[in-house]
Design a protein around this ligand. Structure first.
Ligand code: AMP
Ligand code: MG
Length: 491
């Protein structure tokens, strides 16, 4: 039987936040085709995967049919882009179809990305090419499998239309799922207009949706700020723990929920270099790997500015309170980072010298041009009696030996059987990440209508910790000739 897809939309954003969006319809897709569909996520959302993996589903994911209960809209936001402020950005090529309550009672946004022009498109065409759509699908799902908070991909379709970048490319639409699409830039949108009441409305909405406990705090808006800062500090620490570089940490790409959003020129580092930048547009390295924690604080300070009138009627006092919070962000981030790094090294207790131990390893990796992901993964092999597999990743392997002695000594304090520690490490240090050359290979094939490499890679990065015989090529770094890798924002 062919049942039609039901969504049970409950559109709180449309209901509550007049002024933060414009209703808008998707542009028709001429010859839509389903490229990828996420059955497990559909189930988690309380949707019927069989009903959606169909012509009726395709019509929805391509924007050709508006499902019952959907109130499509483009959201307004502002943002600091590479430090410069734009008071009006907004969804220039995305539409929120609506919200559903998932099987775990969480409210989730369903959004089309690449579905045509909106009132916020400015000079843009509102479209997306297949490469960036599948890239967001793949890396987002990979991040999810790595345990990193992230928006997710429900479906990718090709539209049958051409999208003109430097050349004509097949157009595509991503159906994206998010805890919400509220950004630091959404607060800045109302803040920049001096619309204090609107900022308050938005804050009240975000509190109810994401941090309901803060409503009962002595100072709810200050507590809300602290909660966002905590989520984002956790997130950036997770990125740093896995060698992920977002690439465009503009304030419009930073969520209030603490999920990673807007996978554009992002990439995972291969050989460790603290100043790694992949994005071709990030000329000055503003969003380089080690800059990310600093930018975290900078972006949150922009959120704090919008909350001043709500934190205290006395402006000086409000600034004082928010500044105190802002000053806590780096230490907070560092504590999350350190906890993550400890578990990567198999440490479950704390020692005052751990930070030094970790930093010394990173320095050795940088000097030795060692692959970030593989060094951590292969450390567990050292505990199983094979130190060579990790030491050989360093240009001068001897440099690793004295560090290994220190680490093994530190592990003795833990009093845990080596194999137990090794197994715990293999659960936090991935073997498979979306390797840049593999991602490019898969996207190039998909652009030429061959989805097989993409599907295979998606499957592999969806199980990043489970080593599979035969998949060695997916664990290996890019051949040296592929360097330096560069990503482009043409999303
Ligand atoms: P992003 O680089 O994806 O974070 O986008 C920055 C801003 O540019 C957002 O307001 C987007 O909606 C907008 N934008 C990016 N690409 C396009 C496009 N092709 N058409 C219209 N707006 C776009
Ligand atoms: Mg964006």
């Amino acid at each position: 039987m062919n049942h039609s897809p039901q969504f049970n939309f409950d559109n709180s954003f449309a209901r509550s936040l007049e002024g933060f969006f414009k209703p808008c319809k998707a542009e028709p897709a001429t010859a839509p085709k389903l490229l990828q569909f996420n059955h497990a996520l559909a189930k988690e959302l309380g949707l019927d995967p069989i009903a959606l993996d169909s012509e009726a589903g395709l019509a929805i994911f391509s924007g050709n049919t508006t499902p019952e209960g959907s109130e499509p809209l483009a959201q307004a936001y502002a943002g600091h882009q590479f430090g410069g402020f734009s008071p009006q950005l907004g969804d220039g090529r995305a539409l929120l179809l609506g919200e559903v309550i998932d099987t775990q009672q969480r409210r989730r946004d369903i959004q089309l990305k690449g579905s045509g022009r909106t009132p916020f498109s400015r000079g843009g065409d509102g479209l997306a090419a297949i490469g960036p759509v599948l890239r967001e699908y793949l890396i987002g799902e990979g991040m999810y499998a790595l345990g990193v908070p992230t928006t997710r991909a429900l479906a990718a379709v090709s539209t049958g239309k051409h999208v003109y970048r430097e050349i004509a490319l097949p157009g595509a639409i991503l159906t994206r799922i998010a805890a919400s699409h509220i950004r630091v830039g959404t607060f800045q949108y109302a803040g920049a207009r001096g619309d204090i009441l609107k900022v308050r409305e938005l804050a009240d909405y975000a509190i109810q949706r994401h941090y309901p406990d803060t409503a009962d705090a002595e100072n709810p808006y200050l507590a809300f700020f602290a909660a966002v800062a905590d989520s984002q500090a956790t997130l950036v620490a997770r990125w740093m723990n896995i060698g992920f570089i977002h690439g465009v940490m503009n304030t419009d790409n930073m969520t209030i929920s603490g999920e990673t959003i807007d996978y554009g020129p992002c990439a995972f580092m291969d050989r460790y270099s603290s100043s790694t930048v992949f994005s071709s547009i990030d000329q000055y390295g503003r969003y380089a790997y080690t800059k990310q924690p600093e930018i975290l604080t900078w972006n949150l300070a922009r959120l704090a500015e919008t909350l001043i009138p709500h934190v205290d009627t006395n402006k000086e006092r409000a600034i004082e309170l928010l500044t105190e919070m802002i000053e806590c962000i780096q230490p907070l981030y560092e504590s999350y980072w350190l906890a993550g790094m400890r578990s990567k090294l198999g440490l479950s207790t704390e020692d005052i010298l751990d930070q030094e131990l970790i930093n010394d390893l990173l320095k050795l990796m940088e000097a030795g041009q060692a692959d970030f992901t593989l060094v951590f993964r292969r450390l567990s092999q050292a505990l199983r009696g094979d130190s060579n597999s990790v030491r050989n990743l360093f240009k001068e392997p001897e440099a690793f030996d004295s560090w290994e002695v220190r680490w093994q000594k530190r592990l003795e304090q833990e009093d845990v059987v080596a194999e137990t520690t090794a197994q715990a490490m293999d659960k936090v240090n991935p073997i498979y990440i979306p390797r840049n050359h593999k991602v490019e290979e898969a996207l190039a094939a998909a652009t030429n209508q061959d989805m097989a490499p993409f599907t295979k890679l998606l499957d592999i990065v969806s199980h990043p910790f489970d080593e599979v015989t035969g998949n060695e090529a997916y664990a290996d770094p890019a051949p040296a000739t592929n360097r330096p890798y560069q990503t482009f924002c043409g999303t």
